[in-house]
Write a protein that binds this ligand. Structure first.
Ligand SMILES: CCCCC/C=C\CCCC/C=C/C(=O)SCCNC(=O)CCNC(=O)[C@H](O)C(C)(C)COP(=O)(O)OP(=O)(O)OC[C@H]1O[C@@H](n2cnc3c(N)ncnc32)[C@H](O)[C@@H]1OP(=O)(O)O
Length: 302
């Protein structure tokens, strides 16, 4: 699936600005482009990709400090990196994790949702839809190695993955807390949650805006495994190895079959979903609530 119009334009702008595939990364000199030694890492500004072509797996580390919030730039760069991996036959699986201590992702970037104009909200929501669709329908095996708090849009990313492994830390809560902020999850994200934990549990989780700590997250099934923090990466990789043992075509066709109806319901109603979002987020009452919330977050330190 190719990047949608608005996201593609932004992706091109980022590429023109030279945002992608710089080196050296993390102070380590990299081989020249195309060096093909199988160990080359690549990165754009906000996503670090550590490929292991021999295993057919790459680790994507979200590194948009302080909290990996889903800004337009972050989502665009993430999708560029994902597409690069998808277009490379060497890669069949991706582990998604965070490079920001204690936070997997804080979810939608609230500064993108406050005080902007309708055209911006529309562009932003199209990018969120695109992020979800591209992850949800990815041919590759996606394993989320959740090493931090994972609310709302962070949970959206994790829910698209085939497997979620959560590090056992009481601070690392996961869930869709939207009602607590006075906002409503879109129907396709609700469907994604229902597919994962069932209808009744989703009703409770969504209406109450529940954020589950590790033991509860495992019990309700929003994550598949909870492991000690220092075993998160190795567990994610061994889960991946199990999935990689299945022939790709059969696994992927099965995944597509299982996910088609949920994805199609958004694909068929993308424009209406954007319009709903723009109308909703532009309301004075919603703007006020979000602004107060953002202010509170900013004042937390002071
Ligand atoms: C019917 C029509 C349908 C309409 C649909 C409408 C909406 C659909 C919603 C779709 C689903 C997704 C929704 C969302 O994702 S909304 C965002 C929800 N996220 C949160 O509520 C998380 C907020 N953040 C936190 O709770 C904490 O920051 C933390 C993630 C627990 C990390 O805590 P800590 O390490 O202590 O960091 P700070 O709180 O000090 O934050 C550091 C700086 O980062 C800024 N920040 C934090 N979160 C966000 C964010 N989401 N967006 C933008 N900026 C954020 C924070 O203000 C600090 O900034 P500063 O350094 O300038 O003070």
């Amino acid at each position: 699936m190719a990047l949608a119009g608005g996201v593609r334009v932004r992706a091109r702008a980022l590429l023109r600005a030279g945002a992608q595939f710089r080196g050296p990364v993390l102070g380590r000199p990299e081989p020249a482009a195309g060096g093909g030694d199988g160990t080359r890492r690549f990165a754009n500004l906000r996503v670090l990709v550590e490929p292991d072509p021999a295993a057919g797996v790459a680790v994507m580390k979200l590194k948009s400090p302080p909290v990996n919030s889903l800004s337009l730039e972050f989502m665009t760069e993430f999708l560029i990196s994902l597409e690069k991996l998808e277009n490379d036959k060497a890669f069949r699986g991706v582990v998604i994790t965070s490079d920001c201590p204690g936070v997997f992702s804080a979810g939608l970037d609230l500064t993108e949702l406050c005080g902007q104009n309708p055209a911006h909200y529309a562009e932003y929501w199209k990018a969120v839809q695109e992020l979800w669709l591209r992850l949800f329908l990815s041919n590759m095996v996606l394993v989320a190695a959740i090493n931090g708090v994972c609310p709302a849009g962070g949970c959206l990313m994790a829910l698209t993955c085939d497997v979620r492994v959560l590090a056992d830390n009481p601070k690392f809560v996961i869930g869709l807390k939207e009602t607590q902020l006075g906002i409503v999850v879109p129907f396709w994200l609700k469907d994604n949650l229902v597919n994962t934990i069932g209808h009744r549990a989703s009703e409770h989780a969504l209406q109450l805006g529940l954020l589950f700590p590790p033991a509860e997250a495992l019990q309700v099934g929003i994550v598949d495994q909870v492991v000690p923090e220092d075993q998160l990466q190795s567990t994610a990789l061994s889960v991946m190895a199990r999935w990689m043992a299945i022939p790709d075509h059969a696994r992927h066709l099965t995944k597509a079959m299982m996910r088609k109806a949920t994805a199609d319901s958004l694909i068929k109603h993308r424009d209406a979903d954007i319009q709903n979002f723009v109308n909703f987020i532009s309301r004075d009452s919603i703007q006020k609530t979000l602004q107060v919330y953002l202010q509170k977050l900013k004042q937390k330190k002071g």
